[in-house]
Design a protein around this ligand. Structure first.
Ligand SMILES: *[C@@H]1O[C@H](CO)[C@@H](O)[C@H](O)[C@H]1NC(C)=O
Length: 287
């Protein structure tokens, strides 16, 4: 491929990404008043937290399956007691939810990334990780791929967790309720940091988390209530999420993340589940 061709491909894909990320068009601030701000023509959004309130936003649309990317730069320095989130959730009883939560820590101590999946109101499927980089000094990309076969959590495109659809062995899987994207920054110093022992230092408030490049490739619910999703056979390269699964390199990367960076896995929590380790945990440890 010629250099000129490569450059034009890079330019086109960069433009496509910029066009896709617009908080004015795709999101609305839902709480926290002036603590949440859309900046830079819709490309950036900041959330802040002070002693009176946190703040949050949600996507305008609801989706049934998709790929959801967000770039985040987390609260720096002493973030103990703060929780920054990026998650999908349906509404009402028996809800579905797919979570990324970033639990702050005292200066110099690592953030914990908390993940969970709820189906029909039941969660209890937590896995937690510490990162291989400092998530407070620059933006990193956190992604949720959600298709009928599986949910994949990615950090900078590295899979950190795969939750397969195992309805065939009786494990509920979110697949029929539309979900919205939510993000928030709030205080949870009763549990978040070192089990609640380290409290938020309000002399350091306001705390701020930065979001950008909010990018959704998915199937939004239209105003008529139907879900429009394009054709599954479309040659559009944006359709990869529909069948996204791990290849050999992805499985190796996942094993590396899970062996080196996972700090909690509900599947290994014998104390908590006693003799009733969840049925999906009896299958392969990683997938
Ligand atoms: C905070 O850091 C300590 C060690 O310094 C670690 O044990 C803990 O898991 C970290 N994360 C949270 C959220 O407490």
């Amino acid at each position: 491929m010629s250099l000129a061709m490569l450059c034009s491909i890079l330019i086109v894909s960069t433009l496509a990404q910029l066009a896709a990320a617009d908080f004015y068009r795709d999101a609305e601030i839902t709480w926290g008043d002036q603590r949440a701000k859309i900046l830079n023509g819709g490309k950036d959004l900041t959330l802040s937290l002070d002693q009176a309130s946190g703040s949050g936003f949600q996507s305008k649309n609801e989706y049934l399956f998709g790929r959801f990317d967000m770039q985040l730069k987390l609260v720096p320095a002493n973030s103990a007691g703060t929780v920054t989130t990026f998650y999908l959730s349906s509404q009402g009883a028996g809800h579905d939810e797919i979570d990324f939560e970033f639990l702050g820590n005292s200066s110099g101590s690592p953030y914990t990334i908390h993940t969970n999946v709820f189906a029909q109101g039941k969660g209890n499927k937590e896995q937690q990780f510490q990162l291989w980089f400092d998530p407070t000094t620059s933006f990193h990309t956190y992604s949720i791929v959600w298709n009928p076969q599986r949910i994949i959590f990615l950090v900078d495109n590295s899979p950190i967790r795969v939750f397969n659809n195992q309805e065939s062995i009786g494990v509920p899987f979110p697949k029929s309720q539309h979900m919205r994207v939510y993000a928030s920054l709030w205080n949870a110093d009763d549990w978040a940091t070192q089990g609640g022992r380290v409290k938020t230092d309000w002399t350091k408030a306001p705390f701020t988390a930065n979001y950008r490049n909010f990018n959704i490739l998915g199937c939004p619910k239209s105003s008529s209530g139907s879900t429009s999703c394009g054709s599954p056979t479309s040659s559009n390269s944006n359709e990869g999420w529909r069948t996204h699964e791990l290849d050999a390199a992805g499985r190796n990367r996942l094993r590396w993340v899970q062996s080196k960076h996972m700090v909690y896995n509900y599947c290994s929590d014998k104390q908590r589940f006693a003799n009733a380790i969840p049925v999906e945990c009896k299958r392969s440890r990683f997938l």
